[in-house]
Ligand binder design. Structure first.
Ligand code: SF4
Length: 358
C-alpha cells in the first residue's frame, strides 16, 4: 500500500420525558440559544461545509443523527470563540479502532512511502493503490484499505471513501466486501448503529459495482469535484512508483492517463457478491460476530435521495426522531443541541396542555 511521506444501544421508549428532562438544565437552554444562530442551515451545505464532495463516512454520521454530524463538521464555539468539544478523533475508543485498522492492513500489505509535490500526486497515489488492488484481486488475493470514488446512483454528488477489505475467493473469483468494526463492549451493536454501518457498506457496494461495470467513467467529474488538473505532470517520486509497480502504465505522465489505467483495471473485476461486517472486541481483539448486509437497491436509493437532499440545501437539518431520543443522553453535543432544546420545549408544552386538560 502506497502513502505520501511524512505522513451501544440503550434504547429507552419514554421519549417525552427524556426530552423534557433536558429542559431542567438552565445552562442547556442558555447555551442552545447562543448556538442557534451558528447551527442554522447553510444555503449550500455541500459546498460551504464539504467543498463540493462528500466522504462515505459523512453518511454514517448522518444516518445516526444529522444534527450531530453537523456539529462534528462545524463544532460549536463558546462565548470566547473556542471550540467546546475538541479532539473527538482522539477519544480512546476511536484511537483504538484506528490502530486496529492499521494493524490489519499491515497483516497483508507492505507500506511504501513516496515523496509528493502537489495535490495531483496525492490523488495519483490513491489511483495507484486502486490499480494495485485490482491487480491483486484479479490474481485471487484479498486487499485492504482500497480507495473508492464515484457518483452512486446518479444522485449528482461526488463521493470518496476507503473500503476496508475486498475478499476474493480464489476458487470462484467471487468478491465479498468486508467492513471491520471495533467495539468497546463484547457485543454486536444495536439496530440503530447497525443501520449506519449498513448504509456505509451499501454505498461502497454501489460505487464498486458502478466502477467495475463502467457505469461510472467520468474523468471530468473526478477532476472537477476534486479540483485537480488532469494534464499536470506528476512528480518524479510518484512517476517512479508507477513505473516500478507491476502494472501496465509505463506511458503514464499525468492523472488523465492514470485514470484510464484505473478504469480499465476496474473493468476486469466483478460486482460484489456479498457484504459483511466483522465486529471485533477492542480489549482482546477477539471476533464478536459477523453480520451479513443485504443490498436492496430501491431502499438504498430512497435513503441516498433523502440524505443528499440535505446536502443540496433542499431541506433543513434533522435531529433524531422522538423514538431515538435515547441517543441524546450519550451525545457529546447534548448540552448545546438546538434540536434537543426545540423538542424539549415542544414536549413540555404538550405535557402542559395534557395536565391542563386533566
Ligand atoms: Fe442529535 Fe440528540 Fe446529539 Fe442533538 S443531542 S446532536 S439531536 S443525538
Amino acid at each position: 500500500i502506497i502513502s505520501e511521506k511524512g505522513s451501544t444501544s440503550n434504547k429507552e421508549n419514554d421519549a417525552d420525558d427524556i426530552w423534557e428532562d433536558s429542559l431542567e438544565d438552565d445552562y442547556l437552554v442558555a447555551a442552545a440559544d447562543f448556538f442557534e444562530e451558528r447551527a442554522k442551515l447553510p444555503q449550500d451545505p455541500l459546498h460551504t461545509i464539504r467543498g463540493g464532495m462528500l466522504w462515505v463516512t459523512d453518511f454514517v454520521g448522518q444516518a445516526w443523527c444529522e444534527q450531530q454530524m453537523f456539529y462534528k463538521l462545524r463544532p460549536p464555539l463558546d462565548e470566547m470563540g473556542d471550540v467546546i468539544i475538541e479532539d473527538l478523533a482522539n477519544k480512546p475508543s476511536v484511537k483504538a479502532g484506528t490502530d486496529m485498522h492499521a494493524e490489519r492492513e499491515l497483516e497483508i500489505q507492505t507500506p511504501v512511502q513516496v515523496d509528493v509535490t502537489c495535490r495531483e500526486d496525492k490523488y495519483a497515489i490513491k489511483l495507484l493503490n486502486m490499480i494495485i488492488a485490482a491487480n491483486s484481486l484479479m490474481q485471487g488475493h484479498s486487499r485492504r484499505e482500497i480507495p473508492i470514488f464515484g457518483m452512486p446512483s446518479n444522485h449528482g454528488v461526488f463521493i470518496v471513501g476507503i473500503i476496508d477489505e475486498i475478499r476474493c475467493d480464489p476458487n470462484t473469483q467471487e468478491l465479498d466486501l468486508v467492513e471491520f468494526k471495533t467495539r468497546e463492549s463484547n457485543s454486536t451493536p444495536g439496530n440503530a448503529q447497525k443501520k449506519t454501518h449498513e448504509m456505509q457498506l451499501c454505498i461502497y457496494n454501489q460505487m464498486w459495482d458502478e466502477l467495475v461495470t463502467g457505469k461510472f467513467y467520468d474523468k471530468e467529474a473526478y477532476a472537477h469535484h476534486l479540483r485537480l488538473d488532469l494534464t499536470a505532470e506528476l512528480g518524479a517520486g510518484v512517476l517512479n512508483e508507477i513505473r516500478s509497480a507491476t502494472i501496465d502504465a509505463f506511458h503514464v505522465k499525468n492523472l488523465d492517463q492514470l485514470l484510464d489505467v484505473c478504469f480499465s483495471h476496474m473493468r476486469h473485476l466483478t460486482c460484489i457478491n456479498q457484504i459483511y461486517i466483522e465486529y471485533t472486541f477492542q480489549r482482546d481483539k477477539s471476533l464478536i460476530g459477523i453480520e451479513e448486509v443485504l443490498f436492496n437497491e430501491k431502499v438504498f436509493n430512497q435513503k441516498m435521495a433523502h440524505a443528499i437532499s440535505y446536502w443540496k440545501g433542499e431541506r433543513t437539518i434533522d435531529g433524531v426522531d422522538i423514538e431515538d431520543a435515547w441517543k441524546c443522553k450519550k451525545c457529546d453535543f447534548g448540552e448545546v443541541c438546538v434540536w434537543r432544546k426545540k423538542k424539549a420545549e415542544e414536549c413540555a408544552e404538550k405535557n402542559n396542555n395534557k395536565r391542563l386538560r386533566v
